[in-house]
Design a protein around this ligand. Sequence first.
Ligand code: ATP
Ligand code: TPS
Ligand code: MG
Ligand code: MG
Ligand code: MG
Length: 328
Amino acid sequence: MNLKTLGEFGLIDLIKQGTIVEPNGLELGIGDDAAAFWPEPGRLQLLTADMLVETVHFDLKWISPWQLGYKSLAVNISDIAAMGGRPRQAAVSLSLPQTSSVEFVVELYEGMKSIGREYGVNIIGGDTVSSPGPIVINVTLTGDVVPERMIRRSGACPGDLVLVTGCLGDSAAGLAWLLTENPVEQAPHLISAHLTPKPQVSLGQAAAAAGATAMDDVSDGLASEANEIANASQVGIIIYADKIPLSSELQCFASRNGQDCLDYALYGGEDYQLLFTMPPQAAQCFLQLEIAGSCRVIGEVCSERQVTLIANDGSKVAIKPKGYNHFR
Ligand SMILES: Nc1ncnc2c1ncn2[C@@H]1O[C@H](COP(=O)(O)OP(=O)(O)OP(=O)(O)O)[C@@H](O)[C@H]1O
Ligand SMILES: Cc1ncc(C[n+]2csc(CCOP(=O)(O)O)c2C)c(N)n1
Ligand SMILES: [Mg+2]
Ligand SMILES: [Mg+2]
Ligand SMILES: [Mg+2]
């Protein structure tokens, strides 16, 4: 049986079996954006890891080494944000072809240090090995969180509203642009959404403080992440197509290419916005905060266990988790 039979998420379920051998202060293991454990009573520590592989996650034809460094840390910071946490210390492991230049590595670290300064993350270790093939960058990141304010994927309740922190689909459209067009000047917003995403740490903490019940960052597309929250919470989600925030740049790009913006938002991925649920009263208060200016309600949680999209014409379609999957 090869990995495609299981798919990425089936494989992770298999890997998960028997991995916890001691309680060791563990609070939350495999299955969320980050793991959480108690290093000492009263303090909750977060841990996450995400890897970027040349040709799978990036192509040096269009991402600069600085941007690659920035994005490598950004995607990890986003998982800490999705727990309502604060990112702290990173370990960076590199696998590099022997022909890589010193300048490449220096610029890569300039990008990582730059986002590190923005979000208060130190690089405190790592590993460096040669690669017979692609460049591989693995980041392991710690974070911390006020114990009562850690937001899992599993807390959504029927009646909660579903919110998102910004526009969806821009990153995937940026990638599509880079793949097909190229004059960078003409889609700067889409391209920067793809190359240098901004993790929503402050909003993650604000949503947690305001009473978010479940949260996830959008790495694989809205369809996939909504299904992750629905499955973990054993609920269903209804999303209204006309409420999904779509940037004007995305709308121009999609209409010029005869494409549907919604496909980018639902299945594109790499947005690194936060998708979260909140009871209606809490959401009403939260949306009045200045920091929540970019947040929108896009749907609601229901008890019927499926993710449904209400299209602009009122028709209902079940949304399958067919976002990015490494083994499909
Ligand atoms: N090889 C592995 N061994 C142990 N745990 C794993 C492995 N791969 C993934 N996981 C765990 O599985 C869960 C889901 O991982 P996944 O990578 O899908 O989430 P994510 O990082 O939020 O999404 P993305 O990688 O798309 O940004 C996480 O708890 C992660 O730590
Ligand atoms: C060259 C190139 N081809 C395709 C893509 C698109 N892509 C790669 S991984 C991923 C999901 C998130 O990754 P993960 O789930 O590993 O965190 C997406 C949408 C890209 N960025 N670069
Ligand atoms: Mg995540
Ligand atoms: Mg991951
Ligand atoms: Mg993924």
